[in-house]
Design a protein around this ligand. Sequence first.
Ligand code: GLN
Length: 206
Amino acid sequence: MSNVRPVVGVLALQGDVREHAAMLERAGARAVPVRRPEELSELDGIVLPGGESTTMSRLLATFDLLEPLRERIAGGLPAFGSCAGMILLAKQALDGRPDQHQLDGLDIVVRRNAFGRQVDSFEGDLDFTGVDGGPLHAIFIRAPWVEKTGEGVEVLARIPDTGDAGAAAARIVAVRQGTVLATAFHPELTGDERVHRLFVRVVRDT
Ligand code: GLN
């Protein structure tokens, strides 16, 4: 389907849905909001936005989306999660709520709010594998980091290992496993659609 606009859903229960939809459209996809299980069938890919993973997890269950979405992703539906979306896609979240659900689309362990209270939000430039055109400006907001990756998980970006990065130095903040991508930061907030273009390419090639 290389010439058509793929249909990419944005999980629209909570979080920065509009921002992702706008970036997907700019990246060549048709973005549609997803709130009901029936809506999953028409999708070529799905984005799980940034927001609050515990809230989204609860709403996924309330809206009967949890199992159908888990099944679609396990069945090969390309998915991209930013921040809270990365947490949802992980197989395990540390420092989550005990009743928090995981979509289990990525063989990674993430730590919620990993960068700590003192550095709630920060920005910086990252080298990102698979994205041409120089470093990517990344916005982190109460972000997770990836503590552990399983076999088959490719690391796409890390926090630069500079002297003042402290415990954050070299931490993994973007990954890919097959057709599932995740970033601890928010590419939807920068106006730079290169990560969305990468995802739309994955969707097209699937
Ligand atoms: N800390 C949030 C969570 O646990 C994620 C924050 C974000 O998406 N900006 O879901």
